[in-house]
Design a protein around this ligand. Sequence first.
Ligand code: GDP
Length: 428
Amino acid sequence: PKEKPHINIVFIGHVDHGKSTTVGRLLFDTGNVPETVIKKFEEMGEKGKSFKFAWVMDRLKEERERGITIDVAHSKFETPHRYITIIDAPGHRDFVKNMITGASQADAAVLVVAATDGVMPQTKEHAFLARTLGINYIIVSINKMDAVNYDEKKFKEVAEQVKKLLMMLGYKDFPIIPTSAWVGDNVVHRSDKMPWYKGPTLFEALDQIPEPPKPTDKPLRIPIQDVYSIKGVGTVPVGRVETGILRVGDIVIFEPASTIFHKPIQGEVKSIEMHHEPLQEAYPGDNIGFNVRGVGKDDIKRGDVAGHTTNPPTVVRPKDTFKAQIIVLNHPTAITVGYTPVLHAHTTQVAVKFEQLLAKLDPRTGNIVEENPQFIKTGDSAIVLLRPTKAMVIEPVKEIPQMGRFAIRDMGQTVAAGMVISIQRGEE
Ligand code: GDP
């Protein structure tokens, strides 16, 4: 039998609409809250009951802060057809950066909207962010149904608001589920209080998340995470295959190393290894080490990208610029021309200069609201021209989405998230 697909999900939505409570409820009702945590709140008796899910989540958060990886140990569960990993939620410090550069690209998002409030500013922001980050599938939970007497009319009203927002962003075929995370209605167990609802529970909807396509038909791209020197083998770069297929015998080239050294850093792939086993070929998602004839340890480093010589990684140099669409998430004042923060994409980090602010966009529709703005600030979406301070690999998102998204960071915070629209070659 075929192995169940692994799906990474994130929870998004306005503050206090019930993201943590929903996660707590999901883990609890699927039996994935650790025994020790359950015992503790049972000891708290009735008092514990009234805030148990928030309390569970706080315990889990604490454990995470102490370095116990709840990501691995506690935030996974199975549905009949999927392995689900809850990877994060925006608001957590490094959410955007992790989404873009980590191993934690989300396949789907659960958008939580409280029936009591409807669509709020952060509902829109997060939905737009999900779009920018390339999350292609959304499940909507209209939560706190208990607080509106499980009223069908109220549900339909809020569902209509959410539908409008998501369709504007280009999403289609998203389930909209009335839930009460607090009571446990339609999260894992089907509610008997909303007989008018015939659709899936949240758990059932998670079980039906479409399997993410493997981008094997795209050009080969392997961002390098580390380079080792192994006795008897030689230089072994390691990284995750993002797109394409790598086979033993292929000729691969490393960029921007080749650009920086003014000579091709390339060679034949002699061996590939995953989990200490030799492989003949590696596919997207595979974390591999591989050995390339003639490529030494000092020729390449983290941030380089391997691709076939027949379709090498795209390099932007300081004399080039690239056009990008960004959403400003968190900047203390305003971004103006000349601002030079650090861009994080795949495994690389390069300072980039804001060369031009081309247009400010309506974050919901993508329509231009202002040409050549003087500045952009938190909450704004914009088209900008960026210039890297040194050569780096990045790809237009239309060609290789996995390699075209980036986070912009400054002073320990994620300032913006973005995607590359096009590359402009500068004069030689
Ligand atoms: P988050 O900020 O989106 O993670 O929201 P929380 O999960 O922390 O919930 C915010 C508040 O709403 C808490 O006081 C919860 O107890 C409450 N809450 C969450 N889900 C429900 C629900 O289904 N019904 C009701 N009545 N309250 C809820």
